[in-house]
Design a protein around this ligand. Structure first.
Ligand code: FE2
Ligand code: FE2
Length: 317
């Protein structure tokens, strides 16, 4: 058989089997393409929507240094959105379409961003826990089968580890502060702990996408495995901070070498996924308004690009 006669499905299976990367020019099953678009878009939307709960504290950061760090962090998240929309575009969908699907509710973003940021300690808790949970998932995704997605993840992970450390450092400063500062750190920890565990998605026996995603080399570890990894990494950090994990069932299991933890409130999780979280409507309203307000920028950029293209055509003559 010559190269051109190779069965495309067989070639795709071979790439997956060998742990190589599927590239935009390669043939791929339509369902793989759709899954990849859905997953990368949901990830991109999460990066962008995730700017809102933290952006809420930029004007109220307790010092100039904290403000500069937080601005840099929120800007990084915009950058992550940009890499990811670009990765999704290699699959034949435009950023414009993806934004419209987000605004109309046809695509989702991570439910964690539908919770409010009530105190400065929430900025610490988000960096430490939410970015920490994101890294756990994203380190796995650096090995995912779609090339542009896996490469975007390598750079994103480096920045996420800075985000996680800045959050932990905020918590460390608070727990070494006044009684009131310790109390807001504990309060924020209690509110973000369970939603962070839920971020990994439903338990394996209820997860609809896991099996197929594993067969395609998109997902290399299951929701429950990743969640366990996060708990094992984070509980000792909470101990070091002197914070109490809000879970009476939490205990270290000598035999397995893992922490055992209590049941997640999945009803609450599904309520938030369905749009009934504390901030769902506010987040989408804000995002849609920013999109509408920015229409003139997109138009101007396109007009400028068209003009440049015209000028260079003129120069060629
Ligand atoms: Fe990010
Ligand atoms: Fe981040």
């Amino acid at each position: 058989m010559t190269r051109t006669e190779v069965d495309p499905q067989a070639r795709f299976d071979e790439i997956i089997e060998a742990g190589e990367k599927v590239e935009p020019r390669d043939w791929m099953p339509e369902a793989y393409r759709k899954t990849m678009i859905r997953q990368i878009a949901q990830h991109a939307h999460s990066e962008v929507i995730g700017q809102q709960p933290e952006g809420n504290w930029i004007t109220r950061a307790p010092s100039l240094a904290r403000k500069a760090i937080l601005i840099a962090k929120v800007q990084d998240e915009a950058g992550h959105g940009l890499y990811l929309y670009s990765a999704a575009e290699t699959l034949g969908v435009s950023r414009h379409e993806l934004n419209e699907m987000l605004h109309s509710g046809r695509q989702k973003y991570s439910s964690i961003f539908n919770y409010p940021t009530l105190s400065w300690a929430d900025i610490g808790a988000i960096g430490w826990l939410v970015d920490g949970a994101a890294i756990t998932n994203q380190v796995m995704l650096t090995r995912t089968s779609y090339g542009p997605y896996s490469r975007a993840m390598i750079r994103i992970c480096k920045e996420e580890s800075f985000h996680q450390r800045q959050g932990y450092e905020i918590m460390l400063a608070l727990v070494n502060g006044t009684e009131q500062q310790k109390a807001i750190a504990q309060d924020a920890f209690e509110r973000w702990w369970w939603p962070s565990l839920a971020m990994f998605g439903p338990p394996d026996d209820q997860s609809t996408h896991t099996e197929q995603s594993q067969a395609w080399g998109i997902k290399l570890e299951t929701n429950d495995e990743l969640r366990q990894k996060f708990v094992d990494m984070t509980v000792p950090q909470a101990d070091y901070l002197g914070l109490t994990v809000p879970d009476p069932e939490l205990r270290y299991d000598e035999d397995s070498g893992h922490y055992h933890f209590g049941e997640i409130d999945w009803d609450d999780f599904w309520q938030v996924v369905k749009g009934n979280g504390p901030c769902n409507r506010e987040r989408i309203a804000h995002k849609t308004k920013a999109w509408d307000d920015g229409a003139w920028v997109r138009e101007a950029a396109l007009a400028h690009a068209a003009k440049q293209a015209n000028n260079s055509k003129g120069a060629e003559k």
